[in-house]
Design a protein around this ligand. Structure first.
Ligand SMILES: *Cc1c(COP(=O)(O)O)cnc(C)c1O
Length: 391
């Protein structure tokens, strides 16, 4: 068969970079030719402790020797331990486990609707989200996502979603309609370009929702598990969301999603109303538990904050001396460089010429996601690469 007629057996949904990674350790990955790369993508904010963190690897290896899967027809020890640790360290009382970010957001949307219909006994169903947001790729979450390119070709669309501009105080006048059940937002938009929410806007949004009995859902799938310097980003805004979704970094690369909620709301998910076969299975929740224990270890998060501040200071110095970088936006180690030129060119150059991996967040934003465990030495190396990229 000639190359021309060869069909890739994997569907071509991703624009992949032309390398195959086969080994990872700490902040580094290696391709099949043995080339070593500094990985400042962290599997898109997922490998927050670097690749194969020893404490997680050890815990998972031990669990592999006892039990892999039993379904949620039975109690699962590590699932219950992970739920306990999450609720002890957040404002939430209960957790539902699924397998991905989109599934967590689906669960949050279902929970908000069911809360209004069954507990509040009203007919509120609408979820308000924001332009340039990203909430996932399922039929409901692609409609929750405020980007037309994600929705293209998938009609008929799921009804019950409406969008407002992000960080726009005036637009909050139209936040709540009679049918609005919840407002769902990222406190820093990740895929949308690394855009932090302004404190004053969030404050007004939350007050408006609370006065109307409308739920606030924070999508912390990308911002969670220490990425921004606190366990979850809502802590830095001083309010208590009703529902939070977590995924990516929660189990160091094992597929997990979680819906966290206050008991008043969570009780709407009574027996038989929601479920997931794999959700919270023994292997992933063991990985999640070991991950969360590492992130909550004394001093870990303050060190993340300190390192991120130093790194951002370094980036701003590079920006001052360079006109291609327009703005440095950051929320801890979730960092975006808004460029005057397409970010893809710089992502490719960093990989090909400097063996350093970055991603994008929209066409003009170079996104930098170091593992939270990255060292000063690696940070210096990455700053040198970024400096050299733009000279
Ligand atoms: C990645 C992401 C999702 C989707 O998570 P998947 O695991 O890919 O389904 C949803 N919301 C945000 C903010 C994300 O960053």
């Amino acid at each position: 068969m000639s190359n021309l007629t060869m069909i890739d057996p994997v569907m071509e949904t991703y624009g992949r970079f032309p390398i195959t990674l086969t080994y990872g350790e700490g902040s580094y990955v290696y391709d099949e030719a043995g080339i070593k790369y500094l990985d400042y993508t962290a599997g898109i904010a997922t490998c927050n402790l670097g690749h194969r963190p020893p404490s997680v690897q050890q815990a998972v290896e031990q669990q592999l020797n006892s039990l892999w899967h039993v379904s949620n027809l039975y109690h699962i020890q590590p699932q219950e331990q992970l739920a306990k640790l999450l609720t002890e360290n957040t404002v939430f009382d209960q957790v539902f486990f699924g397998n991905s970010g989109a599934e967590a957001n689906e669960g949050a949307i279902k929970l908000a609707r069911r809360y209004h219909q069954k507990i509040k006994k009203n007919h509120r169903f609408e979820i308000v989200t924001f332009k340039q947001s990203f909430h996932g790729r399922t039929l409901a979450t692609l409609k929750a996502t405020g980007q037309e390119k994600i929705q293209d070709g998938f009609t008929p669309h799921m009804p019950g979603f409406r969008y407002l501009p992000y960080n726009d105080v005036d637009a909050l006048d139209d936040l709540i309609h009679d049918e609005t059940a919840a407002v769902m937002l990222e406190l820093t938009q990740g895929e949308g370009g690394v855009i932090p929410a302004e404190k004053e806007w969030v404050e007004q949004l939350v007050t408006t929702c609370q006065q109307a009995g409308v739920l606030v859902i924070v999508d912390e799938i990308q911002t969670g598990v220490g990425r921004t310097g606190t366990l979850y980003l809502y802590e830095q805004y001083g309010f208590e969301p009703d529902i939070l979704t977590s995924a990516k970094g929660l189990a160091s690369g094992f597929p997990i999603g979680a819906v966290l909620a206050k008991h008043d709301v969570a009780k709407a998910f009574s027996k038989g109303t929601h479920g997931s076969t794999f959700g919270g299975n023994p292997i992933v929740t063991t990985a999640g538990l070991a991950t969360l224990q590492a992130v909550l270890a004394p001093g870990f998060l303050s060190e993340v904050k300190q390192k991120a501040n130093d790194f951002i200071t370094g980036l701003n110095q590079i920006k001052e001396a360079n006109s291609t970088i327009k703005i440095v936006r950051a929320s801890g180690f979730l960092i975006g460089l808004e460029l005057t030129e397409p970010a893809i060119d710089y992502v490719n150059k960093a990989r090909e010429e400097m063996q350093t991996l970055f991603v994008m967040a929209g066409p003009n934003v170079l996104r930098i996601l170091p593992p939270l465990t990255t060292t000063e030495e690696e940070m210096h190396k990455a700053l040198r690469v970024i400096h050299d990229l733009f000279v």
